[in-house]
Design a protein around this ligand. Structure first.
Ligand code: ATP
Ligand code: MG
Length: 431
């Protein structure tokens, strides 16, 4: 007997992707492959399990991800592992581990798969979600690469017909100028401790830039008059930022400079960006939807991991959010019509013959659906209808005996009998 009150729900924050939604996911995956190929990104797959230290050192101890969002587990041998919360640190690890710096640089790679964060589940926010990421690693830290990853991310979103996309771009400087900005920011917040949330009070000592990232209402209010980081950029960062904007202009990317984009991860330097879709509210007002993706330059990540300094830039997009937006905007993704032909068999001899016939069809490249476990003609016709079949092939005892088969047009109900040996050729003509 099963245990009483056994919870048969998917684990909190996780969700099933059901057969009827797979065509949307498949479409996104297909477009990922296509965009990757066009822009020369090769696929990389890293394990779902990584060492805890990788993210502590890569993403940073004072980030939301490391502080409170990781699924950590201890193996029987006592190792501390994590279900990967993000992809960039893992790709950097793989790059170093396999000496990928010896390949032609920069190395352009992409990945796609599940990621895990212990967050408060809500619309568009899951504990197991899926990301696609594009990374350009090694070579020069030229702003052209920053724009190339933005472009790949944007083209992917456009390829699934998302409209009104905007890239919010900012620069968070480098080791030289960021400390100066942090000082200015802290002096702005000095008298605002009461106006910001508990987390932000903690951020003031641990990670002040993240004060600008908080989504609490009162913190959104408090940050309105905050100093702009662009004013504090050193000349090298300023030049880099100018380069990014010039290339973005050249490509006519739909971008805007947004000094409040800081990103929650420690490894970013200089360029950071997020991509949003503008939506229209019920009252007709323009609103910014959830972030569909984000990224930036991470020239210091490799050093934080104790590796040789390597410049790099990347973007990550949330596939679940893309699917949600496709659904809520009723974007038409064409469903591939398959299994148009349905085989119906009546009696044991017909079942045997039917199995053989299915193989012939498969060899001819035609997929056949069936519900051969059902006995009656009526039940099988019902299944054919539900499956959306346009043609049914009916094989009864009489037909087996006469080596023939009935072709039924499911729409009109018109039937005709053909010789069994000719049926594959006949169906080929019709679909
Ligand atoms: P947010 O500010 O929404 O928490 P983030 O900055 O934490 O996003 P990133 O780490 O930049 O997110 O991940 C890139 C993209 O992955 C996000 O823009 C979003 O589309 C998606 N994403 C991040 N966290 C989740 C989640 N918990 N559930 C679903 N999608 C997510
Ligand atoms: Mg987050």
């Amino acid at each position: 007997m099963p245990k009483k009150n056994f919870d048969l729900q998917a684990v909190k924050g996780t969700h099933d992707i059901l057969p009827q939604d797979q065509f949307i996911w498949e479409k996104i995956r297909k477009e990922i492959r296509e965009v990757a190929e066009i822009y020369s990104f090769s696929r990389i797959d890293t394990p779902i399990l990584e060492n805890l230290d990788l993210f502590k050192r890569g993403v940073g101890e004072a980030t939301d991800i490391v502080e409170k969002q990781m699924f950590v587990l201890t193996t029987k041998g006592g190792d501390k592992l994590v279900l990967r919360p993000e992809g960039t640190s893992a790709v950097a690890r793989a790059y170093a581990q396999h000496g990928l710096s010896h390949l032609s640089q920069p190395l352009k790679v992409y990945y796609e798969g599940p990621f895990f964060r212990y967050e408060n589940p809500q619309a568009g926010r899951y504990r197991q979600f899926h990301q696609v990421g594009f990374e350009v690693i090694g070579g020069e830290n030229d702003p052209i690469y920053d724009v190339q990853v933005m472009l790949a991310a944007l083209r992917l979103l456009e390829s699934v017909k998302l409209k009104n996309l905007t890239i919010h771009i900012n620069s968070i400087g480098c080791k030289v100028c960021r400390p100066i900005y942090k000082k200015h920011l802290l002096s702005y917040y000095k008298n605002k401790k009461k106006d910001i949330c508990k987390d932000c009070n903690r951020r003031m000592t641990q990670n002040p830039l993240r004060l600008l990232d908080c989504k609490e209402d009162k913190c959104e209010q408090a940050k309105k008059g905050a100093p702009n980081i662009i004013d504090d950029l050193c000349s090298v960062c300023r030049k880099h930022f100018k380069g990014v904007l010039e290339y973005a202009e050249e490509l006519k990317l739909p971008y805007q400079v947004d000094p409040f984009i800081v990103r929650g991860l420690d490894y970013y330097s200089r360029t950071v960006f997020e991509i949003f879709m503008e939506e229209t509210s019920q009252s007709g007002e323009k609103i910014t939807g959830p972030a569909l993706g984000g990224g930036g330059r991470y020239d210091f990540l490799f050093e934080s991991l104790g590796l040789k300094s390597t410049s790099a830039v990347g973007a990550g997009l949330g596939m679940d959010r893309i699917v949600d937006v496709i659904k809520s905007n009723k974007i038409n993704i064409p469903v591939k019509q398959k299994n148009k032909v349905f085989l119906i068999v009546i009696g044991i001899e017909a079942k045997k013959k039917g199995l053989e016939l299915m193989e012939e069809f498969i060899e001819a490249g035609i997929n056949i659906s069936e519900s051969m476990g059902k006995n009656s003609l009526g039940a099988q016709l019902g299944s054919a209808d539900k499956a959306g079949a346009s043609l049914a092939l009916i094989l009864g005892q009489k037909e087996v005996f006469k080596e023939s088969i009935i072709i039924r047009d499911m729409k009109t109900g018109v039937q005709e009998t053909v010789l069994l040996k000719k049926v594959v050729a006949e169906i080929k003509k019709r679909i």
